[in-house]
Design a protein around this ligand. Structure first.
Ligand code: NAD
Ligand code: ZN
Length: 249
């Protein structure tokens, strides 16, 4: 126990000193806001099969079914509120300043709603659609007025969710910015991601290889766990409170 306390103190110290901090978050950070994860207990995957919904093939086959699922998730995201873990990352960004980057795999928009500004949404967002014909991106109307599928305000064609599906490439520019931040980070923090979806999963490894101090927060072990200097086996709120919250007496 004293060993863990010492490690947490070291991580706190490094976070307080670092001028370059990169954070990667996944679905687990929004679990305390009531949004189900894909994997793990209570995950979305237990009720829905992702390969039937979150792929280009699924959308081509049954766009209405896929849109119904996204409209449901969009409504849930709008009704949810950012939790303490999102807020602690806002405070970290303010403390670190320009050398901070938050990279999220989440599509729920909760980091921005909490107040994070230096954010890369690597997998897009539930709050927007993208025209299938001309590529125009546009915000969805509020859930109560939203009837899927949406149509492009510019050309009238059908639009798809503005998210990255399985089998699709990440937006190259966004990934490059994320990669650079992890490469340059003195401290890298990976929170609530199963770390199995590439290439986002490899950002922690990139940082570690480049000499960063790597901290993971996840109630379960992940492929990143053996590489982490400190792996806190707990929820995001509890873990970030330990690392960033008011020092326990
Ligand atoms: P994932 O569902 O694969 O894994 C979730 C991880 O969170 C697991 O490792 C689990 O152990 C951990 N976890 C569960 N409860 C936690 C808690 N309270 N605190 C901290 N960690 C907790 O999620 P992922 O790795 O982000 O998977 C990637 C894909 O899932 C992305 O494409 C993302 O868009 C999508 N996704 C996003 C949301 C969202 O935006 N809220 C929700 C579900 C899935
Ligand atoms: Zn269009």
């Amino acid at each position: 126990m004293s060993g863990l306390r010492g490690q947490v103190d070291e991580a706190r110290g490094r976070l307080a000193q670092a001028r370059r901090v990169a954070v990667l978050t996944g679905a687990g950070i929004s679990a305390a806001s009531g949004l189900p994860t894909f994997r793990g207990p209570g995950g979305v995957w237990e009720e829905f099969r992702p390969e039937e919904l979150a792929t280009p093939v699924a959308y081509a086959r049954d766009p209405h079914r896929v849109w119904a699922w996204y409209a449901w998730r969009y409504r849930m995201a709008c009704e949810a509120s950012p939790n303490r873990a999102h807020e602690l990352l806002v405070a970290l960004e303010r403390a670190v300043g320009d050398g901070f980057l938050l990279v999220t795999q989440n599509v729920d928009g909760l980091h921005r709603r909490a107040g994070s500004q230096r954010v890369v949404e690597l997998h897009g967002t539930l709050h927007r659609a993208r025209c299938e014909a001309c590529g125009e991106r546009f915000a969805l109307p509020p859930p109560d007025r939203f009837v899927p599928p949406p149509h492009c305000p510019r050309c009238g064609s059908r639009a798809r969710p503005d998210v990255v599906w399985f089998g699709e490439l990440l937006p190259a520019a966004a990934y490059r910015v994320a990669h650079e931040a992890f490469q340059a980070a003195e401290v890298a923090l990976v929170v609530g991601t199963s770390a199995v979806v590439e290439p986002a999963a490899s950002l922690g490894r990139v940082a570690r290889r480049a000499g960063a101090y790597l901290v993971e927060v996840n109630p379960e072990a992940t492929p990143l766990t053996p590489l982490a200097h400190l792996s806190l086996r707990c929820g995001a709120v509890e873990g970030l409170e330990l690392l960033l919250g008011t020092q326990p007496s």
